[in-house]
Write a protein that binds this ligand. Structure first.
Ligand code: 9MR
Length: 446
């Protein structure tokens, strides 16, 4: 009897965990993931499930041209719960002629992901590589406008479907703290923050990432330069939610650095998520793969790992056999090392949606305006549990709010807002008396 009770409670617990995993892979918001009991429950048997048990995702880059290959889709469907279109969302693919958007191949990837319960990382909105010819002929204000229009065009098409966008990819030069010399850079240093502000307004629900390679080692000048930029953005309220570390590791130019964990921790301490976005390692040494995944698991705000391809022949550097599956689709030793590392994390460090002592940022997005009222969108990033305080001028008052739990104190002219079950995007209608100045706003984690 006792035995039967025990095993049925085990079944219930397992059902809860698998239910959470299923909900996660469907992209549903879950308040908390039931934690598996390592002694009683079988560990995750696939990368996606094992990662989900610690509250993270495990993804891969995929290619629209391979979605007809059953071996490929079988492995991808079974093992991964996040996908990144490898080449289908670069500017030359999505806007080959100015103002004419083509989403055929990107849609094939996104539709496959949605049908199969995967989430999608969008890659990439602005990247110096993969530019169409027309864009390379523009400069100055015309180029800046084209960059804005591109972000708006692509993000509008995928609004609500993308977990995180690489808004800007690879904007820093190798070997120094300088910005990469590109046509984008020549429009002015502020092009990156302008891109993030445009992206936030275009799809407030998507996480917005800066993504780069060779920023894994904390001591490299490039890492320090990206860190300085992100710190500046978070301190000034420029909307950024995450930093992607590509981790195209190699023994020569970008070896696995022993201080990668320190790098992840230091970025996370700025109040952004960190993700490993394009992992591959020549020869796929099991120890290196396990170490990289272990670094992510050790940092509560490291929300997931993506490998850059499924089987070795699918890789952009196939000659290096850098991935987790060989050409026959068989699991390599690195696969087992990664799965074991993920399962070892189950009883421990679940990423907390709100890091203790973290920070949050509230960004105001002016909306519709009328003679006596105006709407204001508010986006809160950096924390899932927050209190926003909005102070209005004496000549203004709050007449409505949406998607938030709010209290209006007319004596102090202060609105206090807390999450209303709709995430960090909410809004307010403000009555003014001819002076529609924006209120001041502050956020603290709660
Ligand atoms: O894997 C991608 C390869 O198929 C493309 O030919 C190449 C150039 O567009 O881009 C590769 O992916 C890159 C990614 O988009 C950004 N980081 C570096 C990746 C490897 O070059």
């Amino acid at each position: 009897m006792i035995g039967r009770l025990l095993s049925s409670s085990r079944v219930i617990r397992r059902t809860l965990v698998l239910g959470a995993v299923a909900a996660l892979s469907m992209g549903l918001a879950m308040a908390e993931i039931p934690r598996a009991n390592a002694a009683a429950d079988p560990p995750g048997t696939t990368l996606g499930v094992a990662a989900a048990l610690s509250g993270r995702y495990f993804g891969t880059a995929i290619n629209a041209s391979k979605l007809g290959d059953t071996a490929y889709t079988t492995i991808t469907g079974r093992e991964f719960d996040m996908v990144t279109p490898e080449n289908e969302m670069t500017i030359d693919a999505t806007e080959p002629w100015q103002g004419q958007f083509v989403f055929t191949n990107a849609d094939r990837v996104v539709d496959w992901a949605v049908r199969n319960g995967k989430r999608v990382r969008g890659h990439a909105l602005l990247w110096h590589s993969g530019q169409p010819q027309w864009l390379l002929t523009l400069s100055g204000a015309a180029l800046r406008q084209a960059m804005t229009d591109h972000i708006n065009g692509v993000m509008a098409h995928y609004k609500g479907k993308i977990y995180a966008w690489d808004v800007v990819n690879e904007a820093f030069a190798d070997g120094s703290g300088a910005r990469r010399n590109s046509n984008f850079q020549r429009t002015g240093d502020d092009w990156i923050e302008a891109a993030f502000r445009t992206a936030r307004a275009a799809d407030p629900a998507a996480k917005l990432c800066y993504n780069d390679y060779a920023i894994e080692s904390w001591t490299s000048a490039k890492t320090q330069a990206v860190y300085t930029m992100v710190k500046d953005f978070t301190s000034r309220g420029v909307p950024i939610d995450c930093v992607g570390f590509q981790a195209h590791l190699s023994s020569g130019s970008d070896p696995y650095p022993g201080d990668f964990r320190t790098t992840l921790q230091n970025f996370a301490a700025l109040g952004v998520d960190v993700q490993i976005t394009e992992l591959d390692v020549p020869g796929a040494p099991a120890a290196t793969y396990a170490a990289v995944v272990g670094d992510c698991l050790a940092v509560s705000r490291c929300t997931g790992v993506t490998v850059w391809g499924v089987r070795d022949p699918d890789s952009w550097r196939s000659g290096d056999t850098p991935l987790l599956f060989d050409g026959d689709g068989d699991k390599k030793p690195a696969y087992t090392a990664v799965l074991n590392a993920l399962n070892a994390a189950v009883p421990g460090a679940s990423p907390s949606p709100t890091p203790p002592g973290g920070s949050c940022t509230a960004t105001l997005l002016p909306g519709a305006k009328w003679p006596a009222r105006y709407n204001l969108g508010v986006t809160v990033t950096g924390s899932d549990h927050w209190v926003v305080t909005m102070t209005l001028s004496r000549t203004q008052s709050v007449v409505a709010t949406w998607n938030v739990r709010a209290r209006w104190d007319s004596a102090r002219n202060v609105l206090t807002a807390r999450p209303g079950g709709h995430g960090g995007s909410w809004g307010v209608t403000i009555k003014h008396h001819g002076r529609p100045a924006l209120p001041t706003v502050s956020c603290r984690p709660a």
